[in-house]
Design a protein around this ligand. Structure first.
Ligand SMILES: Nc1ncnc2c1ncn2[C@@H]1O[C@H](COP(=O)(O)OP(=O)(O)OP(=O)(O)O)[C@@H](O)[C@H]1O
Length: 419
């Protein structure tokens, strides 16, 4: 198990402002926001709206000109920035690795800075490489130029996590890699977060990425004014205004598929055999299982081929020539959108689900997917109606209170809270 040490800490921004010298307008104007411990909050918004500036004020790479920042309840606005950065990991686009340092040296920078012993740094480096899916023996001695873009990005994330900070800031970390690698890196971040429970603030241009990764999304407009700060479900089904709708874009129902993971839907079992099983046993299973196909697994229980009865007849005693290779698989952390894509491109309308090491876990088929999507959309619709109803009752009770000459209910500043 990876070290899960320091879980997330809450972050509170209070009237945070940045006015760059010589600029007429502030780049970030009076932003207040509460981020809960252990949640992933994504900032999305148009270019130049102040996402990066807001993010970099949290670790004071950019000094605020007004307002306060609290991490885990502690005011860090005036804390020594070097001390602060131990609490806050930081990963950026293109990884930002030092080219003259090896992977291990890059990851060890912060631990070394804060005086960890060499063996402890070495152990932590190995653990982190494993955590981000890189083989330590192969990668620790390489230089960044000897890595692919996706591998560099993984090392960047490992480096940001090195001293086990409760908070992780990520500034378009996957902006510079191709869409497939980007998808993998997103899946891995989700898996990592499942184990680590850090508080993550993530900046992106890409609303689909925000939906996939965020527990909550802050849609920002110019000067980092918050247009809506809510769960992806709420933003998709109930955008606060035209600006947010514009950002959500078309295809909300399809985007909704990005919000649910394969592990959340019903995974069925199919009959399986392994390459070491005798042919006769495979035949028998095909006959008795009631299924017209069975899945052949390799020695590490990874999906290998689909076998049908006719395939075995034609195979004449050897599995090498029999069956159809399993093309696509999806992991438990894959989104329903990925699963749908895989099922649609498979002529038998199903996809094999694999665990962390690629091992067979089950199967998801078209019918399960369609049912799940219908249930999800229906649940969203009910939630949106309930939310609407709550807002209306709140308004009615406020109007009533005003008519009675009393002030509104304590602490209620208006519908929508943080909007
Ligand atoms: N060092 C600086 N000096 C002066 N103005 C700056 C500086 N850095 C950023 N700005 C301005 O502040 C505003 C916000 O910039 P910021 O980089 O935070 O936006 P962003 O939303 O992250 O943009 P993008 O998505 O394009 O990266 C922009 O108008 C930008 O021009």
């Amino acid at each position: 198990m990876p070290e899960t040490g320091d879980h997330g800490a809450s972050i509170e921004l209070e009237n945070l402002t940045k006015r760059y010298p010589g600029s007429a307008q502030p780049a970030v104007d009076n932003v207040s926001m509460q981020i809960k411990a252990g949640e992933v909050v994504v900032f999305v918004g148009p270019s130049g709206c102040g996402k990066s500036t807001t993010l970099k004020m949290i670790n004071r790479l950019i000094e605020p000109t007004g307002g306060r920042i609290r991490i885990g309840g502690e005011d860090v606005t005036d804390m020594d920035p070097v001390k602060l950065r131990r609490k806050v990991g930081y990963a950026i686009q293109s990884a930002g690795l030092f080219p003259h340092m090896t992977v291990a040296q890059n990851i060890g920078i912060v631990p070394k800075m804060i005086g960890w012993s060499k063996p402890r740094i070495r152990e932590r480096t190995e653990e982190l490489l494993d955590l981000v899916g890189l083989d330590a023996a192969e990668f620790r001695g390489r230089y960044p130029r000897q890595l692919s873009g996706g591998q560099q990005q993984r090392v960047g994330v490992a480096r940001a996590l090195a001293a086990d900070p409760p908070v992780l800031l990520m500034d378009e970390p996957f902006g510079a890699v191709d869409p497939i690698t980007r998808d993998h890196l997103q899946d891995e971040l989700i898996r990592l977060q499942y184990e680590l429970h850090k508080t993550i603030v993530f900046v992106t241009h890409d609303f689909d990425e925000a939906i996939k990764i965020g527990d909550r999304i802050a849609v920002l407009r110019e000067r980092s004014h918050i247009a809506q700060f809510d769960t992806p479900e709420a933003i998709l089904t109930n955008p606060a205004d035209d600006f947010v709708s514009g950002f959500v874009g078309a295809g909300a129902a399809l985007k909704r598929l990005n919000l649910t993971r394969v592990r959340d839907v019903e995974i069925t079992d199919c009959p399986t055999v392994t390459v070491d099983d005798p042919l006769q046993q495979i035949f028998n299973l095909l006959r008795t299982s009631g299924s017209n196909e069975i899945l052949l697994l390799d020695r590490r229980r990874r999906p290998y081929k689909w076998l049908r009865r006719g395939d075995l007849m034609r195979a004449r005693g050897s599995l090498a020539r029999a069956g159809t290779l399993v093309q696509a698989t999806v992991s438990l952390d894959a989104t329903l959108r990925d699963a749908l894509e895989a099922v649609l491109t498979d002529n038998a309308g199903r996809v094999v689900v694999t665990g962390r090491r690629g091992e067979y876990t089950g199967v998801v088929d078209m019918e399960t997917l369609i049912n799940s999507v219908h249930e999800l959309l229906e649940a969203d619709r009910l939630d949106a109606m309930e939310h609407q109803h709550e807002l209306e009752s709140l308004r009615a009770s406020q109007t009533h209170a005003e008519q009675e000459g009393a002030s509104g209910p304590a602490g209620v500043t208006g519908p929508g809270g943080e909007r």
